[in-house]
Every structure is written in structure tokens, then in C-alpha cells.
Design a protein around this ligand. Structure first.
Ligand SMILES: C[S@@+](CC[C@H](N)C(=O)[O-])C[C@H]1O[C@@H](n2cnc3c(N)ncnc32)[C@H](O)[C@@H]1O
Length: 285
């Protein structure tokens, strides 16, 4: 493959960026998360809102995506207030924290890790849109499945392993093998004391709320057809065990119900993340 073929966006990253934009466009305020920069990066055709994956049927998944994004940025804000100065985004995709929150991001060093091709595409889009790559943002190309020495690359990009960090991984673990996930957990667990990992994971489909199970089954089939199959699923207990075994000092599960209570209470439009679909591990060193 030549560079041009490689430098293409990851379709799963585009989808979640479009869901974040759709949230702002079609859901009534207050918005759980406001991100329209991802839409600019993706620059889809005019008819993007008619894509099958943007249909009303996928509303619960949109809720899940904005919930996890909001949770992560609240966590980063809270940890930055405690003096944590490094933020690592694993499988960053079209994450736009650095562009939307420059006042907070510029007080940190922000490291975006992603597959080399999609990341090269994003770098070019940031330049083309005149957003550029600010000095506090480091783009680190890595393929977690290629046995890359990604930790060394992160250090070479300015990461200080002697100082604590927030590490986020949303919408990535389901595309990775359990070995790659366990290896990542072990690396993050070895970070300086006071570091926090927040990682989303998919629960086995048969545990999902009955009303979203058909949607999950369609998502599974779609992901497979697009060449980005979901391959890893965990119950919360399995995920907490894996994180404990990786060496984290404290581990907790943040359920969709907890996210719904925190960010969607009082809404009258039915928008809320579905139970037992995608949930979060929060682990500290
Ligand atoms: C669904 S997107 C999530 C993007 C972002 N975290 C978010 O929540 O918007 C999945 C991301 O994982 C990345 N990814 C998938 N497999 C990967 C691998 N083997 N190595 C590095 N990144 C990977 C993709 O490139 C993509 O950016």
C-alpha cells in the first residue's frame, strides 16, 4: 500500500465523531457533550444524517458515545485540577479535546496514539482546516496489534513516565485481542502513582438490554462487514479482574446506569445510554 492509501480515516472513528455532531444537531439542550469539530474533520457528504448508522434506531448508541466522552473529559478536568499534567488518548480517532478545550489542554501535554494511516490523515486534516498541531499536542503513530514498542515511542514524544497521567481509551478495546488489551493494561498499571486509566469495553451481546440487542447485533454485523470486527467482550467482573491482575491498585466499574444518572437525569426525550452495552473501567495506580 502506498502512503495515500494508508492515510485514510478509520471508519469507526468517523462514525462516533458524527454521532457526537448529531447529538448537538438533533438532541435538545442541555447537550451532554458539544463537539462539532469532529464533523469538520470528517467532512462527510451533505447527506450524512441519512446514513443508516445515523438513523433514529441508533439513538441509544449516540447517547453512549456522548456519555463516555463527557465522562472522560470530566475526569481529565478533575485530574488536571489535582496537578496531573499528562493526558494520553489511546486510539484517539477524531478526538478533538485539544481543539475544543485549548485552555485546559494547553496546561497539559496531550498524547494521541492511533494507527499510523488514520493518524496521518488526521494530521493533514488539522493542517488543511488551519487548526494545526499545537505544541502541547503530540501525535504518536502506533498499531497495538503489531507488537510496536509504543511505550518507547510515547517517551520519545515527550511523555515523562516518572509523572502521573490520565490515560483514556474509548471505543478501542472491542477491536483489539485480549492479549493486546492485557498488555496495554500492564503498561498503564506501571505508570507513576496517581495515574488513572479510563477504558470502555463492550459487554457480551446477550447481556444487553433487550431493546438494544437487535441494534447491537446489527452493529456487530456492520463492524464485521467493514473489516473492523468487534472481537473482545467482557463482563464487568472479568474486566475488573483483568485490571487487577495487570497491577492496578484500585479498579472500579462505571455502569451505563451510573452515567445515565449523572448526565441524562431529567431528560424527557428518552436519550440515555443503554444498560450492559458499552461501559467503563476506571483504574488507578
Ligand atoms: C471507534 S474509534 C474511537 C475513537 C475515539 N477514541 C473516540 O472515542 O472517538 C476506534 C479507534 O481505535 C483505533 N484503533 C483500532 N485498532 C487499533 C490498533 N490496533 N492500534 C491502534 N489504534 C487502533 C482506530 O484507529 C480508531 O481511531
Amino acid at each position: 500500500m502506498n502512503d495515500k492509501q494508508l492515510a485514510a480515516p478509520d471508519n469507526t472513528a468517523v462514525r462516533v465523531a458524527l454521532w457526537r455532531a448529531l447529538h448537538v444537531e438533533v438532541d435538545s439542550p442541555p447537550h451532554v457533550f458539544e463537539d462539532v469539530v469532529g464533523l469538520k474533520l470528517a467532512a462527510p457528504d451533505d447527506g450524512w444524517r441519512s446514513r443508516p448508522d445515523m438513523s433514529p434506531f441508533t439513538q441509544p448508541f449516540r447517547a453512549s458515545i456522548v456519555a463516555r466522552a463527557r465522562f472522560i473529559e470530566d475526569l481529565v478536568e478533575e485530574q488536571a485540577a489535582r496537578g496531573v499534567g499528562q493526558y494520553v488518548i489511546l486510539g484517539a480517532g477524531l478526538d478533538t479535546f485539544a481543539q475544543r478545550r485549548p485552555e485546559l489542554a494547553s496546561r497539559l501535554l496531550v498524547f494521541e496514539i492511533d494507527q499510523p494511516g488514520p493518524q496521518a490523515w488526521k494530521r493533514q486534516r488539522l493542517v488543511d482546516l488551519g487548526l494545526g498541531i499545537p505544541s502541547f499536542l503530540r501525535l504518536v503513530p502506533v498499531d497495538f496489534e503489531a507488537g510496536d514498542a509504543w511505550w518507547e515511542r510515547l517517551a520519545a514524544s515527550g511523555f515523562d513516565s516518572g509523572r502521573p497521567a490520565v490515560v483514556a481509551s474509548t471505543g478501542v478495546s472491542m477491536y483489539l485481542t485480549k492479549d493486546a488489551i492485557a498488555a496495554t493494561l500492564r503498561k498503564v498499571a506501571a505508570l507513576a502513582p496517581g495515574s488513572t486509566l479510563a477504558m470502555s469495553f463492550l459487554l457480551p451481546i446477550e447481556l444487553a438490554d433487550p431493546e438494544v440487542r437487535p441494534g447491537m447485533e446489527r452493529a456487530v454485523a456492520g463492524a464485521r462487514a467493514n473489516g473492523t470486527p468487534f472481537i473482545s467482550f467482557f463482563t464487568p467482573t472479568e474486566m475488573l479482574t483483568l485490571a487487577r491482575e495487570a497491577g492496578f491498585r484500585e479498579v472500579r466499574h462505571v455502569s451505563a446506569a451510573a452515567l445515565a444518572q449523572r448526565y441524562f437525569a431529567g431528560r424527557t426525550d428518552g436519550l440515555r445510554p443503554p444498560n450492559n452495552s458499552e461501559e467503563l473501567l476506571v483504574a488507578t495506580t
